[in-house]
Design a protein around this ligand. Structure first.
Ligand SMILES: Nc1ncnc2c1ncn2[C@@H]1O[C@H](COP(=O)(O)OP(=O)(O)OP(=O)(O)O)[C@@H](O)[C@H]1O
Ligand SMILES: Cc1ncc(CO)c(N)n1
Length: 272
């Protein structure tokens, strides 16, 4: 029997140090049995210590790459990461509106772990009003959720539940990530079709947390075409990420927040 290998597209920015953005996305797709394709939105000068500069592509160049790819290649799922500007958000929204390649997971990337802005402040409203209504699942972290809702950041899982439900009025599906809280578990909340599911994973003590958000959203996009529901795809994506965080200590990349390790499953799985 021939294996089913979904083709998954990432629309995101670059990271030369290999931990976040397009690099994290493509590695995740491969590790989870999907074929990865990529449209670049911005060339980011960054390493594990932080972001030193951004060369933003214009909307026409991003839409051109997208249309050219979709004219030729059928994609089974899309992950959207860093977009950068109102212009790029509007271009991607126009292509999604016209061509509707589903399912689409949007990681509403706003600020890098180092604190550097990756989304223009005036682009938050465009993301909320023009892009979010078109996608199937958004995966904000706590500061992103607060920005999208115009409220203060959640400081407890109870706050997270309130904000996840409020975000569900804006989006078809919401996975609110609690990586920025402290506590023994790292808790995320999924709201799909009015049902809330809590995912708890043991918090891994490591400095190698660069690109956790990119990895999680890419894992969900890679798994969704291979699984029957968002709940199952999210559960397995989170298990994948926890394994990749644990295995990150096998790596020694850079002197800042190092990347997670994507190929742990191949080494640990006796069937491979
Ligand atoms: N130390 C940790 N141990 C286990 N899971 C974690 C840890 N840190 C984050 N996570 C999980 O990683 C995922 C990403 O969460 P986080 O809130 O860090 O996203 P993010 O801020 O968007 O990441 P990024 O640094 O890529 O921008 C979530 O599933 C979260 O629960
Ligand atoms: C390109 C890119 N996307 C997302 C993030 C967030 O981790 C990053 N640092 N760089």
């Amino acid at each position: 029997m021939t294996a089913y290998i979904p083709t998954v597209l990432t629309i995101a920015g670059t990271d030369p140090s290999g931990g976040a953005g397009i690099s994290a996305d493509l590695k995740t797709f491969s590790a989870l049995g999907a074929f990865g394709t990529a449209v670049i939105t911005a060339v980011v000068t960054q390493n594990t210590r932080g972001v030193a500069g951004i060369h933003q592509l214009d909307g026409e160049t991003v839409a051109g790459q997208l249309n050219n790819l979709l004219d030729d290649v059928h994609v089974d799922a899309v992950k959207i990461g860093m977009l950068g500007t109102v212009e790029v958000i509007e271009s991607v929204a126009a292509v999604l509106r016209e061509r509707a390649p589903a399912p689409v997971v949007l990681d509403p990337v706003m600020v890098a772990k180092s604190g550097h802005r990756l989304l223009a402040p005036d682009a938050v409203a465009a993301m909320r009003e023009q892009l979010i209504p078109l996608v199937d699942l958004i995966t904000p972290n706590l500061p992103e959720a607060a920005d999208l809702l115009g409220v203060g950041e959640a400081t407890s899982v109870c706050d997270m539940a309130r904000q996840a439900n409020a975000l569900a009025d804006l989006a078809s599906g919401v996975l609110l990530k609690g990586g920025h809280l402290s506590g023994a578990d790292s808790t995320d909340l999924l709201v799909v079709d009015g049902r809330v599911t809590e995912f708890d994973a043991p918090r891994v003590v490591t400095r190698n947390t660069h690109g956790t958000g990119c990895t999680l959203s890419s894992a969900i996009a890679a798994l969704r075409p291979q699984r029957d529901s968002w709940v199952v795809a999210v559960r397995e994506a989170k298990e994948y990420l926890t394994g990749a965080l644990r295995a990150a200590d096998d790596l020694s990349i850079g002197s800042g927040h190092g990347p997670v390790h994507h190929f742990w499953r191949m080494w640990d799985d006796p069937h491979t």
